[in-house]
Design a protein around this ligand. Structure first.
Ligand code: SF4
Length: 487
């Protein structure tokens, strides 16, 4: 589906006006936050001390990112040695073409897919559908959003915006002979029944990758429903797709990251299934695909990698905790962003994938409260990166600026105001005169016309300027005096 971050403003206004959506999100986010809190209880004897674990996770990701090019080459060598064929894709179009050609080589028509945000990023389902290959989502949440003709609204819980009644109506409407029921166990049973047959007849299984281990050439996949295991064992062809940042150096890097991921995402100490795929089926083995392929996708990640500060974006392990704690995301939901990755992580990832020109409104949709950074298991300084992207979008671009579209958010009136401000700051007499006039006319500021005021209260200039206040204070410094009241 086409990504439309340009529609962020109308989308978020519509989401705010939808009481059902807001209540669904409120309940789901409260639930996930409390599960995460419990999973990271400090007195947890099983190593759930968030601070210590997250420092370790950050160090692992930073070390691996520092060696990214070398690790990717090592991963390719070891995967190839194990019999996994590795493909490199710079763009979504290239990734889609590679996947299509692999399916065509086997005359495949039916694909089953495990939950994978990177395949959402490249729009794989629509691409394959247009070329006669039906790709069925096998994760229950993804299956629901696919039936509804929607995209995931959360990176961990794709259908979190829907309540049981909405899912019951959807199943009744779209699945044959399905009665309306809000019983969650029965709804899951209905979904399972639908999928079982698809697994048996699938020509290809497509999945994402949570961690790709360079030293062993192993692809790690975290999941709860067993559908990932079905996708990677039943069809004769398995295609794993991942962003290049998912590579880690060694197997010992995986357990701390896995612990952080599951605790942050769903509040579990470990997920039900943890798959480690190291090769296609070997002679004598009972199951497993005949061919395994790994598609490594760049899609703007090299651009982030090249900038030491923005590289931190690539530390993300896609746990979704930043979304669950974001005051903006929890009110408007994921679809409002118009991007594959919503919420705080989406605001710093999407500019690399889609360019700052198209996504310039996203970094501004944050209160910079810092909740996202506080809960991030790999300590990504999201508010700082958002500030950087805000500045970059509103200042004219230079050759050094890394995110395409620098200066795209610059408005002529805003630019003129800043130019006047800069000129006044260089002429003290004019600056003081202006500051004094603003202080005298402070009450008039609330009448200034501005769209900014629709959500906020217009601040007023101080009663006296800072210079005057300091001068007054100096005058009185000899004698103990009450603090100068500036506001
Ligand atoms: S930015 Fe941090 S909290 Fe958000 S999804 Fe990535 S790892 Fe999780």
């Amino acid at each position: 589906m086409k990504q439309q971050p340009e529609a962020f403003h109308p989308n978020s206004t519509a989401a705010l006006a939808d009481p059902v959506l807001r209540s669904n999100f409120r309940g789901a986010m409260d639930f996930l936050r409390s599960k995460r809190r419990t999973a990271f209880a400090v007195d947890d004897a099983e190593g759930g001390d968030f601070d210590a674990l997250s420092r370790r996770g950050e160090a692992i990701k930073q070390r691996c990112l520092q060696q990214l090019p070398a690790l990717l080459e090592q991963l390719e060598q070891n995967c190839t040695r194990n019999g996994i064929q590795v493909h490199w894709a710079e763009t979504p179009a290239q990734a889609n073409q590679i996947i299509e050609s692999l399916i065509r080589a086997r005359s495949g028509k039916h694909a089953v897919k495990g939950k994978s945000m990177v395949t959402e990023e490249i729009g794989l389902n629509d691409y394959l559908d247009d070329r006669g290959v039906r790709c069925i989502e096998s994760d229950m949440g993804e299956f629901i959003v696919q039936l509804a003709g929607e995209t995931p609204s959360h990176i961990i819980m794709p259908a979190i915006h829907k309540d049981a009644g909405q899912i019951a109506s959807l199943f009744e409407k779209t699945l044959e002979d399905t009665p309306y029921t809000e019983d969650v166990d029965r709804l899951i049973g209905i979904g399972r029944q639908q999928l079982r047959e698809r697994f048996q007849h699938a020509d290809v299984g497509i999945t994402g990758v949570n961690f790709a281990v360079a030293e062993t050439g192993t692809l790690c996949l975290v999941e709860n429903e067993g559908n990932g295991r079905m996708c990677t064992t039943i069809p004769p062809l398995h295609i794993a797709v991942t962003g290049i940042e998912k590579v880690v150096a060694q197997l010992s890097d995986v357990p701390p990251l896995l612990s952080l991921l599951t605790r942050s995402a769903t509040g579990q100490k470990i997920t039900t299934y943890f798959n480690m795929i190291s090769s296609p089926r070997k002679p004598g083995e009972q199951d497993g695909p005949e061919e395994v392929h790994l598609v490594l996708l760049d899609n703007g990640r090299s651009q982030a990698f090249a900038d030491e500060e923005l590289r931190k974006t690539l530390q993300c392990i896609r746990c979704g905790a930043c979304m669950n704690h974001c005051p903006v995301y929890t009110r408007i939901g994921g679809h409002a962003y118009g991007t594959t990755y919503p919420g705080p992580i989406g605001k710093i990832v999407s500019p690399h994938l889609l360019g700052l020109d198209a996504t310039k409104d996203l970094p501004t949709a944050s209160s910079l409260c810092g909740a996202c950074e506080e809960v991030c298991p790999v300590r990504i300084p999201i508010p700082k990166l958002l500030q950087r992207l805000r500045v970059e979008s509103s200042h004219a671009g230079t050759a050094e600026e890394k995110v395409k579209g620098a200066g795209s958010g610059r408005k002529p009136l805003e630019a003129l105001v800043w130019r006047i401000w800069s000129w006044a700051c260089r002429h003290p007499a004019i600056y003081h005169r202006g500051a004094s006039l603003a202080a005298h006319g402070r009450k008039l500021f609330k009448f200034l016309p501005s769209r900014w005021k629709t959500q906020r209260t217009m601040p007023q200039p101080a009663k006296i300027t800072l210079h005057t206040a300091l001068k007054n204070r100096q005058r009185r410094s000899a004698s103990p005096c009450p603090q100068e009241k500036i506001y």
